[in-house]
Design a protein around this ligand. Structure first.
Ligand code: FMN
Length: 332
């Protein structure tokens, strides 16, 4: 599998959002985009034995497991578990603003310790055959990205890392919530573009604030190797993912969200049979018809009904009937 090619467009790792149900849906919308799991800490896997966190469906590939942690030995063991579970790539989180006391040291604070990150990457690479990649910021707190980022990337290249995703803003570790840290520190796309020119051998994906495929295409045309999209792909998956195969990958045709809904029904049935709840899946489907007439009714029926006893695929079909066919929208 040429995973670098799939990384031309990826859906960012998002805690509580990009779980296995979400990824199953996203894969129906794009056969090509690289998908990321939510972050799983190496401690949860190795010390907590929480191997169920690795469960995923065979249809999700290509899919990358994102790990959080900073202990090379533990991360190597976690990476091994991930590769054995079938993940196509292991990604190290150097981007999440995190609480270092409670959760151990992981995420963006590691931008201050590129040597330790390099040790982690090398240990993980020794443990697995699949690619080990890094998702980072351009710096943290009062670091100067102009010097910190090139230094960081050089350490990653020296450690043998061949692909990185860069969230093009700093994380301010004091005073901002994780949510604010995704919006308030300013984006510096130009720095990321310059990093690509400085390190042409490194596969670089830009992340942060990308809201359309046209914008993503602009970055690819400007020389970047990939674009990673988070919130927009989650909230408006049809706009980003349904057209991704033909537009970004030059293959296949647009997928149709109604069709994806129908393809979700056996998956939903299976989940319910195993004792799962409808809402665990439909929460990720709410944005499927964003901007279409009937989208509000679709959301309302699913969000109000999914938690009621006995709710199943027929609720999803009832909600779907509220959505106007695409051609009506075009005529309007
Ligand atoms: C709900 C939520 C959870 C997130 N969880 C993670 C995570 O587990 N690991 C990570 O590296 N980034 C995480 N992020 C950050 C995203 O991966 C991405 O870097 C960020 O949202 C900026 O991209 P966007 O503007 O396209 O959303 C999360 C973002 C959101 C909105």
């Amino acid at each position: 599998m040429d995973i670098d090619h799939h990384a031309r467009l990826s859906v960012a790792p998002m805690m509580d959002w990009t779980d296995r149900h979400c990824r199953y849906l996203h894969r129906l919308l794009s056969t090509q985009a690289l998908l990321y799991t939510e972050m799983v800490t190496s401690a949860a896997l190795i010390r907590g034995g929480a191997h169920h966190l690795l469960e995923h469906s065979a249809s999700e590939h290509p899919v990358s497991l994102q790990l959080g942690g900073s202990d090379p030995v533990e991360l190597a063991a976690a990476a091994r578990l991930g590769a054995e579970a079938g993940y196509d790539e292991i990604n190290l989180n150097v981007g999440c603003p995190s609480d270092r006391v409670q959760s151990g040291c992981f995420g963006a604070v590691l931008m201050e310790q590129p040597g330790l990150v390099a040790d982690c990457v090398m240990a993980m690479q020794e443990a697995v055959k699949v690619p080990v990649t890094v998702k980072c910021r351009i710096g943290v707190d009062d670091q100067d990205p102009e010097t910190v980022l090139p230094h960081f990337l050089e350490r990653m290249i020296a450690a043998g890392c061949e692909r990185v995703s860069i969230h093009a803003r700093k994380a301010w570790l004091q005073g901002l919530s994780p949510k604010e840290n995704r919006d308030i520190p300013p984006l510096d796309y130009d720095l990321v573009l310059r990093m690509k020119r400085a390190y042409p051998q490194l596969h670089i994906s830009v992340n942060g604030g990308v809201t359309s495929l046209a914008q993503a295409q602009g970055f690819l045309e400007a020389g970047l190797d990939g674009v990673m999209i988070g919130r927009a792909a989650y909230h408006d998956p049809s706009d980003i993912l349904c057209r991704a195969d033909p537009v970004i990958f030059g293959t296949g045709s647009e997928t149709v969200p109604e069709e994806a809904v129908r393809q979700m029904l056996p998956y939903i049935d299976d989940h319910l049979t195993r004792g799962g709840r409808l809402g665990q899946i439909t929460r990720h489907m709410l944005g499927l018809f964003a901007g279409r007439p009937g989208a509000r009714a679709w959301r309302r029926i699913l969000s109000e009904g999914a938690h009621q006893k006995g709710a199943g695929p027929e609720l999803v079909l009832a909600a779907l009937q509220q959505v106007a066919p695409e051609r009506h929208e075009r005529q309007a």
